[in-house]
Every structure is written in structure tokens, then in C-alpha cells.
Design a protein around this ligand. Structure first.
Ligand code: AQP
Length: 333
């Protein structure tokens, strides 16, 4: 709780071009919290380096991610928008929390297992302790709610366990946060392999629709989406490709699965795929236009970063110094 308002916190890694998974599962929902909550939305660049990044790309994507936050409706006057590496308290709290996190807990994290399989040549300690840095991100701001896609639920649950453990030794230190998972769009799957999550770091660009893809590219990618040999648009077990397209269509239009089945009765997959591409392109067009305008003014983006870092640091240092006092670290001024 900050100034009598509950706190919402979330972040996105600038580890690739953002996808409609990031948009529907997370960013699109962020703005809905701005009226009722004190909101902190972070570009988590420190998380991104758990996988090798080209420095120039990481730098560029940090600006792009901030601009996309704003293009998706996050007003920097109403939300604290900032870059993780600009607030060193994140790394400092993460170290303390490492000492309250068990090796076994981290070993069970699905994302660690997936990412270490994918990057078997670079299973670094940061990849392993990623959820502890994420816990520090959240706990620094005494966060009440964390809007995320379902893939991040396990990490938020671990964050709650770490905070509860810390509070049991040092009472009243952290607020225990709740994950908020959207009802639709919670997990958008790859268009090439609908059993896999759509990810910005996927090497196959056709499996992913990026927020900044142009209309023709979006429609082409949906046309090529893997489906099945059935011809009827219906939501059913084993129809992963169609189920995924129905979820995407439903999240963009607000229509239920039954309404979609009715709308496409007697029409083939071709018609349906085209319709999914069109609603997606229509929804993204205003975001893309605002984004282009924001990216043409780097000085403004830097001013937003600076203001956000100052605001975030103020709250982060308060929690960090409380933690350090409780731990017995000597405070000097
Ligand atoms: N496919 C998805 N469906 C729904 N939500 C998703 N999110 C990510 N992919 C999907 C949500 O987006 C937010 C930001 O994610 P992130 O950048 O912190 O990391 P991630 O979950 O690891 O996302 P990616 O795209 O898969 O990144 P890479 O490829 O770099 O690992 C989170 O709230 C996440 O739930």
C-alpha cells in the first residue's frame, strides 16, 4: 500500500520484439489498473541478460519496450514507468532474498528447466536465480497485485513463499502479492507449434505475431498457422491450433467460443484464419501509430525513464533500508 492506494507491479524483458502473447497476456491489461492502483511498470533489462544479448539490440529494445508501454495506454504521469538497471535496489534486495530462497525451490521452476534446455551452452547462475530477482522487483514496491500471463504464475507463487519466509523471521516486512491472470489471453501459443507458448525469442518468426508486424505480415502469418485436418471451427480437445486461434479471436473481440463457432458455422478454416488476422491487425494499428510517434522523440523517452527511475528509487530505497535494518546491516548516512 502506498499513499492509501494498492500497488500493481509488472515488467517485460527487452529480450526480443514483443509479441501478441506479451500484449494479450500482459501489457494490454496494465492500463486497466492505473485508476485504482499505484502502478509500477518496469522494462526488466537485468532479467534479459540471463540469455546472451547483443548490447546494441538490448539498448534499442529498452527504448522500444518503454515506447510500447506508452503506446498501449500507459500514461507516464499516472504510472511509474522505468528501466530496472536504473534502480540498483533491485540487485541489492535480490542478494538478500537469495539467502531466503532454497536451491530445491529454484530447481523446480518450469521456466528454468525450459530455458536451460534451450540454452544448454549457457546455463548460468542468473538463469537459475531469475525468480529471486523477480521477487525483489515485486517486493520492493510492497506490491498487492501482479498482472502476468499464466506462464509467470509459478514465479509469483515463489515470490509469495520467499516473502512469507522472510516475514516469519522479520515480521511485517513485505506485502504478500497476488498474481492477476487474465481470463482470456492468459497463454497464447506458437502458430507453428500450438503446444508451445508463443515467445519473443522463438527463432521461427512465422510462429510469432509481433505487435509491430504490418497488416499483410499479420494476415500471412495467421493464414499459415498450423491447424488440423478437420474443417469445422470448434473448440475441442486435440485441436490445439484452432483452439489457440479461437482464444486469440476471443481475446480481441470479447466473443465466447460458442459465439465464434456459430459465426463460422459452415465456413472453412481459410475464412476463420483471415478473420483472426484482420481483428488482430485492426487492434494493433492504433498502437503501432502511437508507437511510431513516440520512437521519433528519444529525448522524451529518456525524460520518462529518468522521472520513472527517480520515483521508483524513492519507494525501492524505503523497502531496501527497512530490510537492511532488519537483517542487522549497519546504516551510515
Ligand atoms: N505467449 C504468451 N501468452 C500470454 N502471456 C505471455 N507473456 C509472455 N508470453 C506470453 C507474458 O508477457 C509478460 C512479459 O513476459 P517476459 O518478457 O517477462 O518474459 P516471458 O514470459 O519469458 O516472455 P517471452 O515472450 O517468452 O520472452 P522470452 O522469449 O525472452 O523468454 C509476462 O507477464 C508473461 O506472462
Amino acid at each position: 500500500m502506498i499513499q492509501d492506494m494498492k500497488v500493481s507491479y509488472s515488467g517485460v524483458q527487452p529480450s526480443g520484439n514483443l509479441t501478441i502473447g506479451n500484449y494479450l497476456g500482459a501489457i494490454r491489461n496494465f492500463a486497466t489498473f492505473s485508476e485504482q492502483y499505484k502502478c509500477f511498470y518496469c522494462v526488466v533489462d537485468a532479467h534479459a541478460i540471463t540469455v546472451r544479448q547483443t548490447p546494441a539490440d538490448l539498448r534499442r529494445r529498452t527504448y522500444e519496450t518503454l515506447a510500447l508501454y506508452m503506446a498501449c495506454g500507459l500514461d507516464p504521469e499516472k504510472n511509474t514507468l522505468y528501466v530496472q538497471s536504473h534502480v540498483p535496489a533491485h540487485a541489492e534486495l535480490a542478494w538478500a532474498l537469495n539467502c531466503f530462497t532454497m536451491f530445491g525451490e529454484l530447481s523446480r521452476m518450469t521456466q528454468f528447466k525450459d530455458k536451460s534446455a534451450k540454452h544448454s551452452d549457457n546455463i548460468n547462475a542468473g538463469l537459475f536465480t531469475y525468480p529471486v530477482l523477480m521477487a525483489a522487483d515485486i517486493l520492493l514496491y510492497q506490491t498487492d497485485v501482479v498482472p502476468v500471463g499464466i506462464d509467470q504464475k509459478q514465479h509469483v507463487e515463489l515470490c509469495r513463499d520467499i516473502a512469507t519466509r522472510f516475514n516469519s523471521v522479520f515480521p511485517d516486512t513485505f506485502t504478500i502479492p497476488e498474481p492477476i491472470i487474465p481470463k482470456t489471453g492468459m497463454k497464447i501459443m506458437s502458430l507453428a507449434d500450438p503446444t508451445k507458448k508463443m515467445s519473443k525469442s522463438d527463432e521461427n518468426a512465422n510462429s510469432v505475431v509481433y505487435i509491430l508486424d504490418d497488416r499483410d505480415t499479420i494476415i500471412r502469418k495467421f493464414k499459415r498457422a498450423v491447424t488440423d485436418s478437420d474443417t469445422c471451427v470448434r473448440y475441442a480437445e486435440g485441436k490445439d491450433g484452432i483452439n489457440n486461434l479461437m482464444n486469440i479471436y476471443s481475446t480481441f473481440t470479447g466473443k465466447s467460443h460458442a459465439e465464434i463457432e456459430h459465426e463460422f458455422e459452415g465456413r472453412g478454416y481459410g475464412d476463420f484464419k483471415l478473420a483472426v488476422g484482420e481483428v488482430c491487425a485492426d487492434a494493433l494499428r492504433p498502437v503501432q501509430e502511437t508507437y511510431a510517434a513516440l520512437m521519433s522523440d528519444k529525448a522524451h523517452l529518456e525524460a520518462v525513464m529518468k522521472k520513472g527511475a527517480e520515483e521508483a528509487s524513492y519507494y525501492a530505497r524505503k523497502t531496501l533500508s527497512k530490510v537492511q535494518k532488519k537483517l542487522g546491516f549497519v546504516q551510515i548516512r
